[in-house]
Design a protein around this ligand. Structure first.
Ligand SMILES: Nc1nc2c(ncn2[C@@H]2O[C@H](COP(=O)(O)OP(=O)(O)OP(=O)(O)O)[C@@H](O)[C@H]2O)c(=O)[nH]1
Ligand SMILES: Nc1nc2c(ncn2[C@@H]2O[C@H](COP(=O)(O)OP(=O)(O)OP(=O)(O)O)[C@@H](O)[C@H]2O)c(=O)[nH]1
Ligand SMILES: [Mg+2]
Ligand SMILES: [Mg+2]
Lengths: 295, 282
């Protein structure tokens, strides 16, 4: 199955009668093109190429296999390694702990929609789930999350319930409110922000310090290009990113920027968004992601 | 010395990297570098790497300028003033979350500051909170927004807005649509229907400056399926090099007319090709 998915990037390799330096270089070139088109960071593409180059011709060929298959395996392993391994991530949430999960990310990346998707996902697993709207900047942010919450019958806490427009106050009071009511999972939606908005980055740092969420999830748009690395770095510096959610993978974007986000945060991708509806959420599958990356 | 593939290659590779790091799509970056190479091959130049470098950079600047400096550049203010009688109808389209609604609010602000009346149409009848979001902008700006209930026909909302503008003598209708993936056939048809019903004077594609290679896919299909007259690039303030501006300009042969530089109403600037070229070659 890996062979089918890697075919478009590796057509020539598979057609070659044997693998020599020239065939390997051509294979590496087509991998590089596929990764660049998939928005993988330019420098990361180069270092992946070097790793593949080092290993592909040096590794021993096990009996019954061809050099070709060794090369395919090396390519697959190097890419999957960047995602932290081929095992799907642990997406379990402990119950009875009032687990606070805070979503952060750039404007428009899909946080609010994702908050509702996660609430729906975990509610179906039997967790008592709640939503906190800590975005008081974006016009209609509360109404947006409230309409989604209403669809899945999950309670929401925002500026109306807190009697305050201060995101910090809302987050603290909201998490406390649901913890005391025995909720298992409390998802906090925050306003979009990017690394050059100083006051907004300071705000998320403060919210993180005062609320002390059990997990901070970075929501990344699959269409993001080379800036994924520096933006993820900045978020990680401000708040410790514990997990990643890649949205909009139902389009044509491959989400290669996420590889850099994983690399600089050490966090695993837990879920992907595959549509605008609340149920358009899937647990992350590294091998599927890699084969889609290679086109 | 005569410029040939061998002495140009290291410099061209360096520039290719710069373009890729600035989010210029791979196919577009390669075409640009090829143009520069063909422009310079065979030229005689004084010896020395610096001399060749200057020539290569100038050739690149020239190529980029030609791609970005598309004329005519539709200017909403002059188009609105020129449209005697009938309102200027502008349709906004683009991928999810890239900034259409906020950009419409900014443009409305810009038009109002120039003494031009505006009405907004909320043809996003799908997304949660879409109507409330545009309604709040409309209130802040002091303009009317035409909206129906959620789930209503987006084309009907747009139509009502144009009728309203005609009857009230309002100069410009800005139509907001739901974000969508260009791969969704039904949603592309929905946009075509809105366009058939109100015959917009301008169809504007709104794209995030942080977008990578997918910008080419998005632009190509939106243009093919619905038609794009101009582009607005948003979130240029997010340290985006904005290579998507080049990719889309080149692929559609249409101009980028504004860039969004923040979330406030004033954060909308006319697109300046020099700005982009400076950032890319930084
Ligand atoms: N096609 C698709 N659209 C998505 C997905 N996730 C979110 N969206 C859409 O992306 C757009 C932006 O989503 P939001 O949830 O408003 O994004 P946000 O990060 O909360 O935005 P801000 O709060 O302004 O920063 C909306 O149109 C969503 O419906 C996805 O997985 N696929
Ligand atoms: N920093 C910055 N943020 C922007 C800019 N333009 C829009 N935004 C933000 O991006 C987010 C999404 O903007 P929207 O206007 O809701 O995007 P949209 O395309 O209408 O989204 P959908 O209708 O869901 O497809 C909001 O948080 C905006 O404030 C910009 O130029 N700079
Ligand atoms: Mg939001
Ligand atoms: Mg919108």
């Amino acid at each position: 199955r890996l062979r089918e998915s890697l075919t478009s990037a590796l057509r020539d390799l598979l057609k070659a009668p044997f693998v020599d330096k020239r065939v390997l270089e051509e294979t590496i070139r087509s991998i590089q093109r596929a990764l660049l088109i998939a928005d993988v960071n330019v420098h990361l593409v180069l270092s992946i190429s070097n790793r593949i180059r080092e290993r592909a011709l040096k590794e021993s060929v096990p009996p019954g296999f061809s050099r070709k298959e060794v090369v395919l395996r090396v390519i697959y392993e190097e890419l999957v390694k960047l995602l932290g391994g081929e095992e799907p991530p642990d997406i379990s949430i402990p119950t009875g702990k009032g687990y606070a999960l805070m979503l952060v990310g750039i404007q428009g990346s899909g946080k609010t929609t994702t908050a509702a998707k996660l609430a729906w996902f975990y509610k179906r697993k039997g967790l008592k789930t709640a939503l906190v709207c800590a975005d008081t900047y974006r016009p209609g942010a509360y109404e947006q999350l409230a309409q989604l919450a209403d669809k899945i019958n999950v309670p929401i806490y925002g500026y109306k319930e807190a009697g305050s427009k201060d995101p910090l106050k809302i987050s603290i009071k909201g998490v406390k409110f649901f913890k005391e009511k025995g909720y298992d999972l409390i998802i906090v939606d925050t306003a979009g922000r990017h690394k050059d908005e100083k006051s907004l980055m300071n705000e998320i740092m403060e919210i993180n310090e005062k609320v002390r969420p059990d997990e901070v999830m970075l929501v990344i748009d699959a269409t993001i290009g080379q800036q994924a690395k520096t933006q993820a770095e900045a978020f990680h510096k401000a708040v410790k990113v514990g997990s990643i959610f890649i949205t909009k993978l139902d389009g044509t974007a491959k989400g290669g920027g996420a590889l850099s986000a994983v690399a600089v945060t050490g966090a695993k991708v837990k879920f992907i968004g595959v549509g605008e509806k609340i149920e358009d959420i899937e647990p992350f599958n590294p091998p599927n992601f890699v084969s889609r990356l290679l086109g | 010395v005569e410029l040939n593939e061998k002495n140009l290659e290291p410099l061209l590779n360096e520039l290719l990297f710069k373009l890729l790091e600035s989010d210029v799509a791979l196919s577009v970056a390669e075409e640009v570098i090829d143009e520069v190479k063909n422009d310079l091959l065979g030229k005689r130049v004084e010896r020395g790497r610096e001399k060749i470098e200057v020539l290569v950079r100038d050739s690149l600047k020239k190529a980029l300028m030609a791609m970005l400096d598309k004329k005519p550049r539709p200017d909403l203010i002059s188009l609105a003033k020129a449209a005697k009688g009938d309102p200027l109808v502008v349709l906004f389209l683009g991928p999810n979350g890239h900034g259409k609604t906020t950009t419409i609010a900014k443009l409305a602000y810009h038009l109002l500051k120039n003494g031009i009346s505006v009405v907004l149409a909320c043809s996003d009848t799908f997304r949660a909170g879409a109507e409330e979001q545009l309604e709040i902008h409309a209130k802040r700006l002091g303009v009317k927004v035409i909206k129906h209930r959620y789930g209503a026909d987006p084309a009907a909302v747009a139509y009502d807005a144009v009728i309203h503008a005609k009857s009230k003598g309002i100069s410009v209708v800005l139509i907001d649509t739901a974000g969508r993936m260009q791969t969704n056939k039904n949603l592309m048809e929905e946009l075509r229907k809105i366009a058939r019903v109100v015959k917009p004077d301008l169809k504007i594609l709104v794209v995030d400056a942080l977008t990578g290679n997918d910008a080419v896919e998005q632009a190509t299909v939106f243009d093919r399926e619905v038609g794009v007259d101009a582009i607005i690039l948003t979130k240029a303030d997010a340290d985006a090099r904005g290579g998507a501006a080049l990719s889309i300009s080149k692929v559609l042969n249409k101009p980028v007319i504004y860039i969004g530089t923040g979330q406030a109403y004033e954060d909308l600037l006319p697109f300046d090709p020099e700005w982009f070229i400076k950032r890319v070659l930084a």
